[in-house]
Structures are given as C-alpha cells and as structure tokens.
Design a protein around this ligand. Structure first.
Ligand code: PMV
Length: 326
C-alpha cells in the first residue's frame, strides 16, 4: 500500500484576503501578501486503502498535537481530496490523517496549513500513480490548493507569498528572517468562520472601495519591504488589519473578533512604539489574537514583548530561521 507524509506551514497575511468572487472557487476580490509561518505546520499522511470511500482520522504521533475535526470539517477535507483525484484521474481510495505541530486550542486557524499539506501530499502520491506534466508545478498546485481553502495557496511559498488571482507566487524581499509572536487572548473556537466573514463583509458600506484600498496598500507595502522601510511597512500593515476589522463591524449583521484582550495588546504595542519609535509589525486575522513580526535584529525587543505579554496572556514565540528562502 502506498503511503506519503508531507507537511506544510501556515501563513499570516499582511494584506488580507477578505471577500471572494462568488462561485469562483475562492478567487479573491483583491490581491494579498503573506509571511510564511515555517514553525506552525500541519502534517498529512495519506495512505492508499482498500474500500470505496476516502476517510479522515487524526494523525497520532508523539511529536504532534492531536486535532479533532467536526463532521463538516472532515467532509471539506475529503471533498478537496476528491477534487484532486478528479484532476489526476485517480480511482483509488485513501485514508487522510492529519495533525498540527501546534496546539489546536490556541485559537490559531490551521486551514491554510491543512489544505496546503493535503494538496502537497496528494500531488506526491498521485504523481507515483498517474504522473502528470503539471503535477509538480508549484504554481499549479497552489491554484489547486486555493480551491480547497483560499489562504492555503500562499503556504506553498516562503518566506513571502503574493496571491493576486488564480495562484500565489514567491516574493523575495529584503525584509526576511522575521521572529514571530502570537499573543493568545482567546483560545476558543470563533463564532463567525472566515467563510462566513467573506460573505458578510460584502454588506458593509466600506466594502465599496475595499479592493482598491487593499491593492494600493499591497503596492506600497511591497515597495517598503523591498527597500527595507520598516516604519512605513508597520503603518501600512496596521491600517490594513484595522480596515478589515472595520468591515466586520460595519457589516449587516455587524460582528467583531476584537475583545478587551485584543484591545489591550494593541494599546500596549502602540505605547511601546511611541516610546521606542520602533517595534514589530502588528496584525490580526479574523480572530482575537494578535500576531507580531519582529526584524531579525530586534531580538531584544522580541524578548521584552514576550516578557510583558506573558504576564497576562499565553504567548507563542518563534525565533526566525536565518535565510529561510528555499
Ligand atoms: O482562506 P480562508 O477562507 O480561511 O480566509 C482567510 C482570511 C483571513 O485569514 C482573514 C485573511 C488572509 O488573507 O489569510
């Protein structure tokens, strides 16, 4: 029986994918740019099995954290595998097993790493069974992954990924080797899923002009990262996540992910920035937790922020890998 095990990283968007073209298989209404979180990974083991049906189970491995998926979550995974099987013309059935190397109860969405890992595992397996000329083309695999979960298409590239239309592509900016910290202010499952958020934001009056605002920031941020202008980058990244959260608050019905903990962390980040005139890039996803990205030379601040936020919150901190371009 054939078996493959593959892992893929998560990613954090600095210019956000929020809003998709209806019925397009997760094509975005604006381009997005993400930093790849090499340390937060999903592992997928795919095993060829006898029987007529594909199945999902948690992957049990000592070094990994067990994940539980709802029936709906399992079906989404199985549907994505079926889509990939159809592309390769594969008839065999498979057992999908997956696990994360980070706790699933820490409020970190893992759909990007999960779908990227499943796509890569399937590609590796299916190339053995029925090789296709496009079967190892990373941009095409990114396009396939996008159809399972939009943001996953960016997880195929590192350290930066730009996603404009069908697939993501790698970007090599001067800014790299960042240290990553997540201040976990909320670790329960969120009430509004990102799939629902993509739909709801279109009801906000602020959605008019949102693609243009995001595209402009994308252009400006790319320049800032290319020319190592950290201050400008930090301002653009801050404005961008606030813009996304305002969309949530002005939707009908209105919703929010920000809680008192998030607000406190943001206030402290702003106060530190004012004091030192330097600090990390700050961003939030469709969730309450706050992500911080520090330059490689900000190791001292990285330790200071960690010490500060650990007094009140759970903190996950990962030192940047030197020259993580591959
Ligand atoms: O890939 P989805 O449908 O889970 O959407 C992700 C949306 C955000 O995480 C909020 C932003 C992004 O670009 O990753």
């Amino acid at each position: 029986m054939k078996q493959v095990t593959v892992s893929a990283p998560s990613n954090i968007a600095l210019i956000k994918y929020m809003g998709k073209i209806e019925g397009s298989g997760n094509k975005p209404t604006n381009g997005s740019l993400s930093y790849t979180l090499e340390n937060l990974r999903t592992y997928v083991r795919l095993t060829e099995v006898d029987g007529a049906q594909d199945q999902w189970k948690p992957l049990v491995r000592e070094d990994l954290q067990k994940i539980e998926l709802s029936e709906k979550g399992q079906q989404r995974f199985i549907k994505h595998l079926q889509n990939l099987k159809d592309k390769w013309g594969i008839k065999q059935s498979f057992l999908i097993e997956s696990a994360n190397n980070f706790p699933s109860d820490c409020g970190l969405a893992s759909s990007a790493s999960s779908f990227a890992a499943l796509t890569l595992a399937a590609a590796e397996m299916f190339q053995q069974i029925n090789p296709q000329p496009w079967g190892t083309d990373k941009k095409y695999l990114s396009e396939l992954s996008r159809q399972g979960s939009g943001s996953s298409c960016r997880s195929l590239f590192t350290p930066w990924a730009l996603w404009q239309h069908e697939y993501a592509e790698p970007m090599a900016f001067e800014v790299k080797n960042l240290h990553h910290m997540v201040v976990i202010v909320e670790d329960s499952k969120k009430e509004v899923s990102s799939s629902e958020a993509h739909k709801l934001v279109t009801t906000s009056p602020r959605f008019t002009g949102r693609p243009e605002r995001a595209e402009l920031r994308l252009k400006d941020l790319s320049m800032a990262l290319q020319f190592n202008d950290w201050h400008i980058a930090r301002q653009i990244v801050w404005d961008e996540f606030i813009d996304m959260h305002r969309l949530f608050e002005t939707s009908t019905p209105s919703f929010t992910y920000m809680n008192d903990g998030s607000k406190k962390v943001l206030e402290d980040c702003q106060a530190f920035w004012n004091k030192w005139q330097d600090g990390p890039l700050v961003t939030m996803d469709a969730g309450a937790n706050v992500h911080l990205l520090f330059r490689h030379d900000q190791k001292k601040q990285f330790a200071q922020y960690r010490e500060h936020f650990e007094k009140d919150f759970k903190v996950m901190a990962f030192e940047g890998v030197k020259d993580n371009v591959h």
